[in-house]
Design a protein around this ligand. Structure first.
Ligand code: PLP
Length: 345
């Protein structure tokens, strides 16, 4: 039987109709601004995010790295929540590319305006690194796919403005946050100078993220995209997948959330397995293996042998992620398998 792949929401295969949309996409040289599919995707997402302009980039990591270049200078400090993607999952790019350092605040990926206030360091101080930027991740991946409370987002960005600190939203999974909170993308993105969204996660596209913001910062972002080698030519063939996904794959994100809940509800009561159901708000289930249970590597290997693929996220931390290529029935089967494993230790 084929494995049930819950390692990530990036493992999805482009569907037949998505591939057809890609094959038929009108294209042009995007470096001349002549790719109609890229232009359509950029204007559509700029409108959905309530921003003046948008830029198609090859990955979420590049979107984050470009945002750092646009919003900071070398030697600056960036305030972030615990275990942010920009700190943990980008191979040290922020220090290599933008020359910034991070100040980590809060708990579980979220934080409050007073945390920013406490961490803030003024630009004119003789020894401090200048706090130039606050970056929020919504949903927060390593926090368990939690939605960043929008009241805190508003207060943090207001404090940032009063301190002349810029604001960035790493919204790789902002579509999940919008679906879970029942709030529009534009409302979630409104307080920020720049925002990125990923097409290659819950939306099921093979490639791409989009960075959005004001006309001026996006013009600068276009130059950094070129500098990072991410400026492409007939990229409309990829942007067409994004347009297809916006038409067809947004509504169904709620199914992924229901499937994650279904798995989490089954796993939470198991002995030796710690799972905070309050963190299961979207398509990610993170749990910790307690005393008496095997470590994450061993558990992931045992699950794999039973046909369920998971990710080891730490020595005793495991992540399961739902997506458009796993059904509710498969998630139920995966939960059965993991339950059997947990009952055997
Ligand atoms: C996946 C992810 C990214 C980057 O995505 P890539 O396209 O894999 O580079 C950025 N931020 C968050 C929160 C993510 O989960």
């Amino acid at each position: 039987m084929e494995a049930i792949d819950l390692r990530s929401d990036t493992v999805t295969q482009p569907s037949a109709p998505m591939r057809a949309a890609m094959a038929q996409a009108p294209v042009g040289d995007d470096q001349y601004g002549e790719d109609p599919s890229v232009n359509a995707l950029q204007s559509r997402l700029a409108a959905m995010l309530g921003k003046e302009a948008a830029l198609f980039v090859p990955s979420g990591t590049m979107a984050n790295q470009i945002a750092l270049k646009v919003l900071t200078s070398p030697g600056d400090e960036v305030v972030v929540g615990e275990e942010s993607h920009i700190v943990w999952h980008e191979a040290g790019a922020a220090s290599a590319n933008a020359g910034v350092q991070f100040s980590v605040v809060g708990r579980g990926g979220t934080f409050r305006a007073e945390d920013l206030d406490r961490a803030f360091k003024p630009r004119d101080h003789i020894v401090f690194p200048a706090t130039a930027l606050v970056a929020i991740e919504n949903t927060h991946n390593r926090g368990g796919g939690v939605v960043f409370p929008q009241a805190d987002v508003g207060a943090i960005c207001e404090t940032a403005r009063s301190l002349q600190v810029r604001t960035y939203l790493d919204g790789a999974r902002l579509f999940n946050a919008a679906a879970a909170a029942g709030v529009s993308l534009a409302e979630l993105a409104a307080p920020f100078d720049l925002v990125s969204v990923a097409l290659s996660k819950g939306l099921g596209c093979p490639v791409g993220s989009v960075l959005a913001g004001g006309t001026e910062p996006i013009a600068r972002a276009r130059r950094f995209r070129r500098m990072f080698g991410g400026a492409m030519r007939q990229a409309g063939i990829l942007a067409a997948a994004g347009l297809y996904a916006l038409d067809n794959n947004l509504e169904r994100l709620r199914d992924d959330h229901a499937n994650a809940k279904l798995i989490a509800d089954r796993l939470a009561p198991l002995r030796g397995l710690e799972l905070d159901l309050a963190t299961v708000q979207t398509n990610i289930v993170i749990f910790h293996l307690g005393a008496g249970a095997p470590d994450a590597q061993a558990f992931v290997q045992a699950a794999k042998e039973q046909g369920v693929l998971l990710s080891a996220f730490g020595p005793r931390t495991v992540r399961a992620t739902t997506h458009l290529d796993v059904t509710a029935a498969q998630c139920m089967r995966a939960a059965d398998t993991l339950t059997r494993l947990a009952k055997a230790w």
